[in-house]
Design a protein around this ligand. Structure first.
Ligand code: C2E
Ligand code: CA
Ligand code: CA
Ligand code: CA
Length: 275
């Protein structure tokens, strides 16, 4: 038994080592990623489920590392959050998305609101509202064409977060609670928050086709509508889901059914088809 304990320990230790090593490798590669222009954004349309027209877009970060190949944001963003690199990366994302949106508008393409993901660490950074204001000023984008997606974890610091949300609203920027339903936001708090949108997490959308499980989605949609919020369903993959969500009065949706996130040239073509 003693031996086995030791083996387990060694196994665990080896796994931990591998995990830490991978983290350090990513951290170091990420340091060079911005200057080497290895980061770029892809865009996924947001669709009006009733008319099937585009009603916005979400910018999603991609990393093509020269050393490591393609790394998923699900892997490198948590690391960037831990190391603090997310502050600089997040600024770059925000600026790039605003700049691109303004350029599309200047080309005469239909005006769309761009949603940008903001991590909690970035959101809670003392400078955040000023940073957003500076970027809007610099890029010349009208604030109403920018929406910031944050997760329910901002509610851990409810007072500070409310102040930031108010600051953003004063700027004229929209805000959305991403992955809604997976966190621990109380409904009571949600009512007090100055936000514009809730985005229902994909895990609930996966359940929509199952008649025994879909009541939860309905509850979330009704909640959003009662609070006068815009309701978006993420991760719609088939027509059945889209139909049920639309029947439940969920106005907007995103997902592979409509389009995967695509590179800017391809997204520009999508915009052209909307005009
Ligand atoms: P998220 O914000 O919840 O984004 C939705 C994710 O679902 C994206 O994955 C998107 O590509 C994917 N997706 C969209 N439609 C479908 C669908 O129909 N089916 C399936 N299976 N997936 C779908 P992605 O791009 O890999 O991003 C993963 C997560 O990484 C994001 O989840 C977000 O939390 C984070 N992330 C991505 N870009 C950024 C960024 O610029 N800043 C920050 N802070 N986080 C980001
Ligand atoms: Ca998002
Ligand atoms: Ca989401
Ligand atoms: Ca999600």
């Amino acid at each position: 038994a003693k031996d086995r304990g030791k083996n387990n320990f060694q196994y665990y230790n080896a796994k931990l080592n591998k995990y830490i090593t991978r983290k350090i490798i990513i951290e170091n590669a990420l340091r060079k990623a911005m200057e080497n222009e290895e980061l770029y954004l892809v865009y996924q349309p947001k669709i009006d489920l009733h008319t099937r027209e585009m009603r916005g877009m979400e910018a999603l970060l991609r990393w093509e590392s020269s050393e490591l190949g393609t790394i998923s944001p699900a892997e490198f963003i948590p690391i960037a959050e831990e190391t603090g690199q997310i502050i600089a990366i997040g600024k770059w994302v925000l600026k790039t998305a605003c700049k691109r949106n303004k350029e599309w508008q200047q080309k005469g393409l239909p005006f769309q609101c761009v949603s940008v993901n903001v991590s909690v660490r970035q959101f809670q950074h003392s400078d955040f509202v000023n940073t957003v204001e500076g970027i809007l000023h610099e890029t010349g984008l009208n604030p109403r064409f920018l929406e910031l997606e944050i997760t329910e974890s901002i509610m851990q610091n409810i007072n500070e977060s409310t102040t930031v949300l108010k600051g953003l609203r004063e700027l004229g920027v929209k805000t959305s609670i991403d992955d809604f339903g997976t966190g621990y936001s109380s409904l009571h708090i949600l009512r007090e928050l100055p936000i514009d949108t809730i985005k229902i997490d994909k895990s609930f959308i996966d359940d929509v086709a199952d008649s025994a499980k879909r009541s939860m989605v309905r509850t979330i949609i009704d909640l959003g509508l009662n609070l006068n919020l815009s309701v978006v369903a993420e991760g719609i993959e088939n027509e059945q889901q889209a139909k049920i969500l639309s029947r439940y009065k969920c106005r907007f949706g995103q997902g592979y059914l409509f389009s995967r996130p695509v590179k800017e040239d391809e997204f520009e073509k999508l915009l052209h088809t909307q005009s």
